[in-house]
Design a protein. Sequence first.
Length: 450
Amino acid sequence: MSTEHYDVVILGGGNAAMGATVATRQAGLSVAMIEMRDLGGTCPNRGCMPKKVLVAAAHALDEIARAHHHGITVAAPSLDWAALIAREKALIAGVPDSLAGAMARRGVEVIHGQGKFVGPRSVEVGDRTLEAAHIVIATGSKPRRLPIPGAEHLVTSDDVLSDPALPRDVVFIGGGVIALEFSHVYARAGSKVTILEVLPNLLPSVDADAVTQLRAETERLGIAIHTGVKVARIEQAGRGYNVVFTEAGAERSITAERVVNGAGRIADVGGLALDASGIRHEEGHVVVDEFLRSVSNPAVYVCGDAAAGAPQLSPIATYQGQIVGHNIVEGPTRKPDYASIPSCIFTVPALAMVGLTETEARKKGLKIRVQTNDMQGWLSAKTTAESAAWAKVVVDEASGHILGAHMLGHAAEELIHLFALAIRHGITADQLKDTICGFPTYSADIKFLV
């Protein structure tokens, strides 16, 4: 078997991988990309994009549920779940071919198969051995496996996005982002939903007050949330499953047609044979330096969901990939900065956040001003009959700079970008107050939030 030589070999074909091809190809480097599934990775094929199709349906159902506030009488809606799943599949069907065309125009050779290391700078895929000056790990993430007896009965978010049958009842094991987003969709579609979370609180990395607001809104929909529980086992029970768990020292059980792994995702690096390349890895992830480079093998970079220490978000994957591409071309000079990158939990309504939580700011010893508002009584929220409208903004007292913003409802998934812009470019709270927005809009309320 002869060895083929490239300047860069990228393991993975998602957003991070494609981000890494920009600077490297502009510099004229030869690039090979190895992807074992569909080009685009999780986000466009099995994650955020198809999920948003279901979330859009949940928004429509929410609007119908609130129609009576506007004097509109409508019959109870009927959702054709199979048609919704078919629509979701149709909308994303062309993604891999479109991205394959983009990579071809960029001059990237795409190789389909499972790549694995066979040396410090060598990768094997099928019957080919590729050697490169730089190797990029951008293999994304996979669902976290749960060590629970009966875990083989669990389905993942991939299955939720593919099953044309709407379950009568659903239990989520784990109360992470995936569980909350899909629970809002299921509940509005008519399913009975239960969330079981081992930690004492949901979403521990999110502002605690924001989580309290989201939990209250989630429970308002009829979703049962149990925190601080331990799942003992999952047993088949007729056409469904019996989930046995311990709560406050007492054993309880719930029966449901579908049980979903909602415990989050981990780096998908298990099949790469990392030891063959001398790559240091701990607890399922590659240990990297501040430039996203392996601490033990300087030829290797890591970006996207495969990288530890940053939120698993599509924009961050692309951002990290671009940094890796520049560091390959220019040398290790660029470092990621996540301070101004917003994130959204696409429940209905959505929870959006950017920057520091109040707790994080206080731990840093910063002197801060915290402004919290429940906007449900505001005219803007009452006009659209919002069921939840809440915001917390953290401001540095000395400079007036925005340090963090956390919003539920009130077009949070859009307004959060104004706070992200302020953090990135040093726009102060007073400058935001002085900005004139169109009226009446949700944006016009920003001057009251800071």
